[in-house]
Ligand binder design. Structure first.
Ligand SMILES: [Cu+2]
Length: 158
């Protein structure tokens, strides 16, 4: 079903390009999607990226899809008054016009739950970002060196 849907999406995109609207990622620039290498035993990890919107209309990141985790969600990290970090689920991430939104350790992140295999530094994992306006944008998350002192981003509680 998923495959049929993406074929349909591809057909629709091919159809629109005939009208020279030049869709693809629209006004969005996706900057360095990356996952700091988790430990071999990790069942979850966090992905980060920046999204720059050079257009005059806001967009929203609705979802991230990929085969390397059972469940991929958008999260933000909130710190309570006593400094305890807590993950909050986000329905979407707003990408204001003319702005750059940064997902980074200690803040918003792409939560990867139920990793389907070990992630090794240097891996490139295909994923699809789903935007409200720009539609589906294929990217690759690179597995980067483990973050130094990444205790603040310990996702073992998920
Ligand atoms: Cu999280």
């Amino acid at each position: 079903m998923k495959r049929a849907l993406s074929l349909l999406a591809a057909a629709l995109l091919a159809g629109t390009s005939a009208f020279a609207h030049g869709v693809t990622a629209g006004d969005l620039e996706i900057i360095h999607p990356a996952i700091p290498a988790p430990s071999q035993a990790a069942k979850s990890a966090a992905g980060y990226l920046a999204i720059s919107n050079g257009g005059s209309e806001p967009d929203r990141l609705l979802a991230v899809e990929g085969e390397f985790a059972d469940k991929i969600m958008l999260h933000t990290t909130e710190f309570s008054a006593d400094g305890v970090a807590r993950m909050m689920h986000l329905e979407a991430i707003d990408i204001p016009a003319g702005d750059t939104v940064v997902l980074e350790p200690g803040g918003m992140h792409v939560m990867l739950m139920g990793l389907t295999g070990p992630l090794a530094e240097g891996d490139h994992l295909p994923a699809t970002l789903v935007f409200e306006r720009a539609g589906r944008v294929d990217v690759e998350f690179s597995v980067d060196p483990a973050a130094a002192g990444g205790a603040a981003e310990d996702h073992s509680g998920h």
